[in-house]
Design a protein around this ligand. Structure first.
Ligand SMILES: *Cc1c(COP(=O)(O)O)cnc(C)c1O
Length: 378
């Protein structure tokens, strides 16, 4: 059994996929082929924003967004403590200081109250200039954008939506990827929409920022490739990946998103009496980048993990520690936040296989093993 079943996905799409890749090989437009423009248009339409700029990966996408806003040294960028490293690494990489807020135990997304407290604390101290909030749609679920937008407006902060895991999620009828002043995603293979290597994209309604990011992703290009008007980077999506994504986006929209939601709904229904299952509040739709259960304590989590492993079921721990516990961020001031929810979640969380291609038999087995080991049926 695979943790995220990319093999079955390829088998299902093989004919169309091989043909799409062959078109690129025949054209030999490996960089900046027509597929790039087509994909960017399709993605912008799907998300419901004016601009999509593809790039090399989801981390670069975050860096490009922060650079477009001129975020750097002396600036504070707020981020959830419970997320993948990139969400805060990008801020540190451009010279800003990441400041961590705790998350909600029910949804795993940033806790608006904790966020407000750290913003106030940074403002009160007066050393850093609060600039932006990186809001993460963790595990596929959009964050609480109604309250976060209120907070951003109150303190004059940009929202940078990190939609690497949230692509396909919906909140009050709006697509994830449309909530940030700038939003970003990743096409890393295991993400809800993944390619066959690295890839990423930036979404925004702001044409000026989009133009700036288009320039920065190719060495700060001006009117041509050899007219370089600013310092940039080399962060392009290549044409083969765009072709792969065109095929996958279709499958994603036609059935994958719906199918993965069926798998997740089944887990939720039959596991809710023995573990804490992830909450999808009213008005939200998740794209289930991963399905994370919370066990009683660390000992039970580790026991269930070993039991599944022994029975051929791969699992992951997202994440083993909070960002504030990463060595490189230890020096970053916590502004009085305990970050206790994240610290606790990290000890009890377990991600179990989920994908549109998880078979009924495999899911039955996973469910049976978890119920056995937690003593649910004893
Ligand atoms: C994967 C991920 C990223 C980074 O994407 P890459 O394409 O791997 O650089 C950023 N943020 C979150 C929340 C992610 O899950």
């Amino acid at each position: 059994m695979q943790f995220r079943d990319l093999k079955s996905q390829y088998r299902a799409l093989k004919e169309e996929m091989d043909a799409a890749i062959e078109v690129v090989l025949d054209s030999s437009d490996y960089i900046a082929g027509d597929q790039i423009d087509e994909l960017e248009r399709d993605l912008a339409d799907y998300i419901g924003v004016r601009n999509c700029v593809s790039c090399g990966n989801g981390t670069d996408a975050l860096v490009l967004a922060l650079k477009a806003w001129g975020v750097g040294s002396g600036d504070a960028v707020f981020a959830p403590d419970h997320t993948f490293f990139s969400s805060a690494e990008s801020a540190a990489f451009v010279g800003a200081t990441p400041v961590f807020a705790d998350v909600s135990e029910d949804t795993f997304t940033i806790d608006p109250e904790s966020l407000t407290r750290v913003i106030e604390a940074v403002a009160l101290e007066g050393k850093l200039k609060p600039r932006a909030i990186v809001v993460v749609d963790l595990f596929g679920l959009p964050a609480d954008y109604e309250r976060i937008r209120e907070i951003a407006d109150r303190y004059g902060l940009y929202i940078l939506e990190d939609c690497a895991q949230g692509f396909g999620g919906v909140y009050h009828g709006k697509q994830a990827g449309s909530f940030g002043d700038i939003s970003t995603t990743s096409f890393f293979p295991a993400k809800p929409l993944g390619c066959y290597g690295d890839g990423g994209a930036v979404f925004t309604d702001n044409d000026e920022w989009a133009a700036l990011i288009r320039s920065m992703r190719v060495h700060g290009k001006g009117s041509s490739k050899y007219d370089n008007v600013r310092i940039g980077m080399n962060s392009r999506l290549d044409t083969i990946q765009a072709a792969v994504l065109q095929v996958k986006l279709k499958a994603f929209q036609e059935y994958e998103l719906e199918d993965v939601n069926k798998v997740a709904a089944r887990y939720t229904e039959v596991l809710r009496d023995c573990v804490k299952v992830p909450l999808v509040p009213e008005g939200y739709y998740s794209s289930w980048a991963s399905y994370n259960i919370l066990l009683k304590d660390e000992a039970q989590r580790d026991a269930v993990r070993v039991y599944l492993q022994e029975n051929g079921v791969p699992t992951m721990i997202y994440y083993p520690k909070g960002l504030h516990q990463q060595k490189v961020f230890e020096e970053v001031c916590r502004y009085g936040e305990s970050l206790a929810v994240t610290t606790d979640i990290c000890k009890r969380t377990l991600a179990i296989p989920v994908s549109p291609y998880l078979s009924g038999e495999d899911q039955d087995r996973i469910i049976r093993l978890i119920r056995e080991k937690t003593g649910a049926d004893a």
